[in-house]
Ligand binder design. Structure first.
Ligand code: NAD
Length: 516
């Protein structure tokens, strides 16, 4: 395990904007002297003022001693000229996201600092390899991708370009950990780990919305309540800003020479064109203008609940639904399933006239036809069926409203708020989780990062309740593989191609990604 840079190492930060100011605070609180430089002197002053008031607020809340806060502020020293960084042992560049500006700056820095000074760049999207090419010694440059705000977000992606020295990456990662961060190593690729892994979270939601399966508030509630995500995709994009989110997706699409997996949503482009950028412009998917009504998720109360249901076979991971029905006083009669499927839960509940089962990526209407059972209702994946307050359901077009109402009312008695989706393949959480797992499998296959690194990155970079690897282990890779194959057959799109690694694990019988 590499050692972090000692606290006596002076840290240089170039760019005193949102990221630079936050990183300066993190490094100063860890005990380093920080030299803060910006080509705009006013930005340095503003950053120091923010730092002082932020730390004072922290001290007022009792989270840090007043003396400690004052000492941290004092450790951040304005560097009027680039030459003032000459005694730094690590310089973190956090200037505008422009390749030429960053390359020029790094080149100039090389003439200022000592030969053993390390360089880190906070770039979100530029290639570390390309930035390193501007240096006489590219070995010393590594990506140090903080998340916004750097003072609160726990993850730092440590990104290596082709020429980055292994020891440099290790030392910078150890230093980030000494500053209280979790680290994940990545190879320089478009979007690195988090920004690339998270694409399906947005793009699957856009697809489901595009099929008018439900309104955004209902979809957001399903993602939060059933998927356990801290924010639904649409409210999150409204917070990030559609201009930023669209640019990242489009950037990944272009950087991968048009991989359909990253194709941006036309609807989001329309929002950007209209200037409906989200919270910051007062309007995005939702309306934030004064007096605007808050959009609420829809729930189907249903009617005519039954007091006795039949369980055919096993619901597998969804078995807690049965437990909750019984706890609500509903009798569950158990019968054997004569044709269980080898992949995933193949049992079902008979509630009134309806057959209720977990989606497998096919739409309900198709499954009703294949099973010759018109009253078919599918439910979505949930992070934890024992505690989810909501279930997302889709009925086959052949299924009657009364039969569907009985399902909703009966599940409602067991504490499930039932939200209806139109009959979209893979519903919302299932198709999103399957595509997250698929994306993660490809990242492991292409050695962009390790399985552990992915889960660490998604948990601490975007606060996902569970990383893709953990989803694969909890639900079963064979089941996700089936879901992906069904999605691909349904849409006929290469976008849903199954990662070669998932296919290989399936053939070898390993069953899940494991830790190669
Ligand atoms: N804002 C985010 O959410 C976020 C998250 C992760 C990474 N990043 C990356 O961090 C970097 C900085 O982003 P930000 O949001 O803090 O930007 P910002 O616009 O808030 O700040 C950039 C600062 O750099 C200064 N600057 C520009 N050119 C300079 C130069 N040649 N020399 C010295 N200073 C210069 C500007 O005056 C400005 O103060 C970018 O590469 C960005 O992609 C941003």
């Amino acid at each position: 395990m590499s050692q972090p840079l000692p606290k006596t190492t002076v840290i240089g930060i170039v760019g005193a904007g949102v990221m630079g100011a936050g990183i300066a605070q993190v490094a100063a609180r860890a005990g380093h002297t920080v030299r803060l430089h910006d080509s705009n002197g006013k930005a340095i002053e503003a950053a120091r003022n923010w730092l002082e008031s932020d730390l004072r607020e922290f001290a007022a809340k009792g989270r840090i001693a007043e003396a400690e806060a004052a000492a941290a502020v004092a450790r951040v020293v304005p560097a009027v000229a680039l030459a003032d960084l000459r005694d730094c042992g690590l310089v973190v560049e956090a200037v505008v996201e422009d390749r030429a500006v960053k390359q020029n700056l790094l080149g100039s820095l090389e003439g200022v600092v000592g030969a053993d000074c390390l360089f880190a760049t906070t770039t979100s999207a530029l290639s570390i390899t390309a930035l390193g090419a501007a240096l006489a010694n590219p070995e010393r440059l590594v990506g140090m991708h903080f998340f916004n705000p750097p003072t609160r977000m726990k993850l730092v992606e440590v990104v290596s370009g082709l020429a980055t020295g292994e020891a440099v990456a290790q030392t910078v990662a150890a230093t980030a950990r000494a500053w209280g961060k979790h680290t994940a190593f990545a190879r320089s690729t478009p979007g690195c780990i988090v920004n690339r892994m998270a694409r399906p979270y947005y793009s699957e939601a856009w697809r489901v919305l595009d099929e008018h399966a439900a309104d955004p508030a209902t979809l957001d509630a399903i993602a939060r309540d059933c998927g356990g995500f801290p924010m639904g995709p649409f409210e999150l994009m409204d917070m990030i800003g559609h201009d930023v989110n669209f640019a990242v997706t489009n950037g990944a699409f272009i950087a991968t020479f048009g991989d359909r997996r990253y194709v941006p949503a036309l609807e989001q482009q329309e929002l950007v064109r209209a200037g409906f950028l989200g919270r910051k412009s007062g309007r995005g998917i939702y309306d934030y203008r004064p007096g605007a009504a808050k959009a609420e998720p829809k729930v189907e109360p249903g009617a005519d609940p039954v007091s006795r249901v039949t369980l055919v076979g096993s619901l597998g991971i969804a078995t807690p639904i049965v437990t909750r029905l019984e706890a609500a006083g509903i009798e569950v009669v158990r019968v054997q399933n004569r044709r269980p499927s080898p992949a995933g839960p193949s049992g079902w509940l008979e509630i009134g006239f309806a057959r209720v089962m977990l989606s497998d990526g096919r739409c309900a209407t198709q499954r009703a036809l294949e099973a010759d059972h018109p009253q078919l209702v599918l439910f979505d994946l949930a992070l934890d069926y024992a505690s989810t307050p909501r279930l997302a359901l889709a009925k086959a077009d052949q299924c009657g409203h009364a039969a569907f109402g009985t399902v909703c009312a009966t599940l409602g008695r067991a504490g499930f708020a039932c939200s209806r989706l139109d009959d979209v393949a893979g519903l919302l959480v299932l198709r999103t989780a399957a595509m997250l797992v698929n994306e993660a499998a490809d990242a492991v296959l292409h050695r962009i990062c390790t399985p552990d690194g992915i889960d660490e990155a998604m948990r601490y970079g975007v606060n996902y309740p569970r990383g893709p690897m953990a989803w694969a282990e909890a639900v079963g890779l064979d089941f996700f593989s089936l879901v992906l194959a069904n999605l691909r057959a349904h849409y006929g799109e290469e976008r849903y191609r199954t990662s070669v690694l998932i296919q290989r694990r399936g053939w070898s019988g390993t069953g899940f990604l494991g830790h190669p």
